[in-house]
Design a protein around this ligand. Sequence first.
Ligand SMILES: *Cc1c(COP(=O)(O)O)cnc(C)c1O
Length: 365
Amino acid sequence: MQIPMVDLQGQYQTLKDEIEPAMLQALADARYILGPNVQAFEQEAADYLGVRHALGCASGTDALHLALLAAGIGEGDEVITTAFTFIATAEAIRYCGATPVFVDILPGSLNIDPQAIRAAITPRTRAILPVHLFGQPADMDEIRAIAEENDLKIIEDCAQSFGAAYHGSMTGGIGDAGAYSFFPSKNLGGFGDGGLVTTNDDAIAEQIRILRNHGSSQQYHHDVIGYNSRLDELQAVVLRIKLKRIDNYNQNRLRVALSYNRLLEGTGLETPAIPDDRDHIFHQYTLLCDETRRDAIKNHVQSKQIACAVYYPIPLHQQKAFADAPRVSLPVTEETSRRCLSFPVFPEMTEEQIETVCGAIREAL
Ligand SMILES: *Cc1c(COP(=O)(O)O)cnc(C)c1O
């Protein structure tokens, strides 16, 4: 039995009877750019996430970039973020001409450490960019308090957290803006690239609307140099259909995580804690193992046709692309990158598949 990280082919089979006619209808309607499905999806996503505005764009990376620009981040500014994330988080900061300032994470949640944010603030700091990593919301009460005291913006990287909530509020509406990705393997994934900016701030929303469409709010009137970054109409068709099922998808991811935790008890592996003050939607199921055993476990599991992966093997402060950034030492981040290992998690995953993965892990140990 082959077990992939996510089973997109299996999921397609469960959705095709709804997706295929809707897709053909959109093709025939021929309103391909910012058409009716994009408009409807933006409204449905805003309603679901409990935000005033949701604006589609071309990718999660663009959503971060546009959100930072709309929040006024530019040349010479510093943005405090985590190094234990996908590179897009910090690329977006660089696109604005600003400098990413990497700080350490908390052991356990693997999310940005609020105390480390406090210690990294300088007169140039303009924003904090927390990532809700692996589907678990970061410590937003603490981060908001720091932002308020120091007059900083908060841009949330929600690429892995569609449907995750913190103290009852969905991610993406807690800071000044949120950035979502619809890359196919995300919790809410399209059939290609796509992204979304969420905000409760009318001025930020207006800026995003202009920036994503060549700096224009009225056709052929260009107020600023903008971008071509719109959510594709055909992606919106797919996303509307999957959005209706997102709670079920996320509940099933939690089911999978709980089963893993139960089946791996007593192995000595550090399995993820299930927080009770926030909804972790398990975009990834990531545990920590002894760093001398990590690669052997990974190789054994993969030899059984079971996918497993290291997210992330090289933290951003150690990437060549950021070699010109100030040198920092981030002990928790560095240790985590040597110990982390992620296993398959997808809503359709059966208990038998979970048992097979855990059997392979136990064999490796
Ligand atoms: C996927 C991801 C992104 C980028 O999203 P794209 O849609 O691939 O551009 C940004 N941040 C994080 C944490 C991600 O996982």
